[in-house]
Design a protein around this ligand. Structure first.
Ligand SMILES: Nc1ncnc2c1ncn2[C@@H]1O[C@H](COP(=O)(O)OP(=O)(O)OP(=O)(O)O)[C@@H](O)[C@H]1O
Length: 727
């Protein structure tokens, strides 16, 4: 890269001029014109500093590097020698620079053209009560130790769904249970299962085998459910176990051989053990729970579940299972073996926050007869199209310019850090999570001491080569990341870390969208749109748990604004986010009173950092590429809102802090180009090229994990496994 340097000696220094250092990059400067003066664009060899524009206190600047962009300067303290070496014969002594602070469109509150969201459309959302009318666990016919243990953990009042469902589950009926997110569905099966097992006499032995199987879609949910069971289970003879993808199979086999009564796991791994671990005996399974049933289906686990159910049924007879009858009959001194052969049909429970056609089909397949329990008041009119979201959650949207998405998100996170919030940020792909995690950890949490400005406050500067001793911890906030391509140990550590943290930001994929319970989470950010309307609901449902309050915000671009009326059709009404606080926080954070300048400073800081950091640049390219693949793969029913053909992909590249064209990024990802700064293609051509590239199934793409987000829900099973020997 060629650099130009010039210096004024005191006597040569022209009035009103300053020492600057011009760094020549191939990138074209963003033309910034002072609207008040109709002057020519600054020419490289005739640079003049306009004092009317630069603040007058700009006096003693030793060296300023100008990277071809009038708004972005780089100060290199103590690096004169290095800079000198970079000088070449093109030094421009005496040249003048016109530096303008001409206003750009503002970051957040600019009024958009073509916005057709009607902010006045308000309607009555469907409201579901969380807690029942004061009924308590103590009133249920359950073991007193379970009740005292529940109370010890502050579970005293029954939630609505618990009040309605627990008696039905206790009576042994098959149930399909629907209630809103965070309403306590886990206890509706955990309490009855424990109660049934604790009441069996003589006491269950380890050799009695698995009595209940709980199937959940993700490993985190398995971990969480396992913890809840263990919290409630003070009965030493009842063993709760957990198996899921990513864990050591052999350890799990040993666990199963030693004996487990309640087994919680993800479908793939459960089936794997059912088929290959002789010690896993399903003959005595009394209860099968399919938690987050709709998610299990969405994630393509239907086949595994069908197989799992068939496997359980093939080992059992047909007589009906009735835990209540079993309890009544406990006085007759039957052996455990007699009891299980007599009660050998499983009870099945399906739980979900949304009711879909798929669930109805799954219910038909897994249960002969079942009762449907809905937590919504009987008086409320139920319409399957209406989405029920806790009314304690404030739902908002923010309309951003595509190229400002990154800075807007950063500003939002700065605000959240100030509020000591616990925030989930949902992103489309694992590559996006990885990239943003690294970017924010390195370049948002930490800032140069001068916060992107020269000390005298004149011009913005980029932290191109400042070393760590010039940096400070700008935000007192920990950032976490969670996605399916992390190892099981990493996932566990992050999940536990985030749950225990007092505050923090979790960047995650939809792997954290269902069932995950972080009671203190008070904010949900959807940085990329959901793949379905139901996904919107589940993501939002990570806050506002058990009646607590929370907020949820979705980032939308102009092209995506139809998502708002779409949600209105589901009786979900979002308000536009008031950006005043964002503006304030960003300007304070960047120590730059003008929000456009603050925006540019942060964007340029990111761009410079990414351009210089090879690994981060690679991550940015892969993140963009995975995003474009994700975006082009939105389900048909969502295409009216999220359609790659309608978006300006060049701007999206900018939103990943990249300076290349989309086509070049695609070539870099394919290994056909190294990092470069070519001319941007025109938009149409770039669009066209990128679409063509997406369709070419190159070897690299299929090998690379930049693929869809569904891969991350892997059960840990390797596909097309050879049959393993039982032992
Ligand atoms: N009776 C209760 N009293 C107080 N808190 C409760 C009660 N029941 C459950 N909770 C709390 O409510 C939160 C949500 O519970 P749970 O995870 O079971 O909800 P859910 O309905 O399964 O949600 P999702 O649909 O998102 O999976 C948890 O933090 C749990 O501890």
């Amino acid at each position: 890269m060629t650099s130009f340097e010039f210096k004024w000696t005191k006597n040569k220094k022209p009035e009103g001029s300053k020492v600057i250092k011009l760094k020549n990059t191939k990138r074209k400067p963003i033309p910034i014109k002072n609207p008040s003066e109709d002057q020519e664009k600054p020419k490289a060899k005739n640079i003049e500093i306009n004092r009317n524009i630069i603040k007058p206190q700009f006096k003693e600047v030793e060296q300023v590097v100008f990277d071809n962009n009038p708004t972005s300067f780089i100060k290199r303290k103590g690096k004169k020698d290095k800079l000198k070496n970079n000088n070449n014969q093109d030094s421009l002594a005496g040249n003048k620079v016109e530096i303008s602070t001409a206003k750009h469109h503002s970051l957040f509150s600019e009024k958009y053209k073509n916005v057709h969201i009607n902010p006045n459309v308000r309607g009555a959302s469907v409201v579901e009560k969380v807690f029942s009318a004061g009924n308590q666990f103590g009133e249920l016919n359950i073991h007193k130790h379970i009740i005292s243990n529940l109370e010890k953990h502050k579970y005293t009042l029954l939630t609505n769904v618990q009040e309605k469902a627990i008696p039905e589950v206790l009576s042994g009926k098959n149930c399909l249970i629907r209630s809103q997110t965070g309403s306590g569905k886990t206890l509706t099966y955990a309490v009855p299962i424990l109660n049934t097992l604790v009441n069996i006499t003589p006491k269950l032995q380890r050799t009695d085998g698995v009595q209940a199987i709980v199937v959940v879609p993700t490993r985190e949910l398995a971990l969480q459910t396992h913890e809840l069971f263990n919290k409630l289970n003070t009965f030493q003879w009842i063993i709760i176990g957990q198996i899921c993808g990513g864990e050591n199979r052999k350890t799990e086999k040993d666990k199963l051989r030693r004996g487990v009564h309640v087994l919680i796991g993800t479908p793939g791994r459960l089936l794997d053990h059912m088929l290959h671990t002789a010690a896993f005996n399903v003959k005595h399974v009394r209860c099968l729970v399919l938690d987050e049933a709709d998610r299990l289906l969405d994630m393509g686990f239907k086949k595994d579940i069908v197989r799992l159910v068939e496997e359980i049924d093939s080992h059992k007879g047909n007589s009906s299972y009735d835990p209540l009858a079993m309890l009544k009959g406990q006085k007759a001194s039957k052996t455990n073996e007699e009891k299980t052969t007599q009660n050998d049909e499983r009870q099945t429970l399906l739980l979900s926050a949304t009711l879909t056609k798929g669930i109805a089909e799954l219910a038909d397949f897994t249960m002969k007869k079942h009762v449907y329990i809905d937590a919504l008041d009987e008086s409320a009119t139920t319409n399957p199209d209406h989405m029920i979201i806790p009314n304690t959650v404030k739902q908002e949207y923010i309309l951003t310019f595509v190229k400002h998405r990154l800075v807007t998100l950063s500003a939002f996170l700065v605000s959240k850090a100030k509020e000591n919030s616990k925030t989930f940020v949902f992103m489309a792909t694992t590559q996006m999570v990885d990239f943003h995690y690294e970017l924010f950890t390195k370049y948002l949490l930490k800032m140069p001491i001068n916060k992107g400005k020269l000390k005298n406050g004149d011009v913005l500067l980029l932290d191109e080569e400042d070393d760590s001793d010039d940096e400070m911890q700008a935000l007192d906030m920990e950032i976490f990341k969670l996605h399916g391509s992390m190892t099981q140990q990493e996932r566990k550590a992050v999940f536990n870390g985030f749950r225990k943290a007092e505050k923090g930001i979790l960047l995650c994929t939809d792997i954290a969208a269902r069932g995950i319970d972080v009671p203190e989470a008070d904010c949900i950010v959807q940085y990329t749109g959901p793949q379905s309307d139901e996904d919107y609901l589940h993501r939002v449902g990570r806050t506002g748990r058990a009646g607590k309050s929370g907020s949820a915000i979705i980032f939308l671009t102009h092209e995506e604004q139809d998502f708002i009326p779409r949600l209105q059709n589901h009786k979900v009404f979002l308000k536009e986010h008031d950006t005043t606080l964002l503006d304030k926080n960003l300007t304070e954070f960047m120590d730059e009173p003008d929000k456009s300048e603050a925006t540019l400073a942060l964007q340029r800081r990111y761009e410079t950092a990414i351009a210089k950091d090879k690994e981060l640049h690679r991550k940015a390219c892969f993140a963009y590429s995975s995003w474009s693949r994700f975006y082009s793969g939105f389900p048909i029913k969502m295409k009216s809102v999220f359609d790659l053909k309608r978006v300006n992909i060049g701007h999206y590249v900018t939103s990943f802090g990249l300076q290349e064209s989309p086509t070049t990024v695609a070539r870099i990802v394919r290994g056909q180009a190294t990092k470069s700064e070519p001319k941007r293609l025109n938009k149409k051509l770039a669009n066209h090229m990128d679409n063509v590239e997406l369709k070419i199934p190159t070897q690299k793409r299929s090998r690379k994990s930049v693929g869809s987000s569904t891969s991350e829900f892997s059960s840990g099973l390797t596909p097309a496994r050879k049959k393993q020997k039982k032992y």
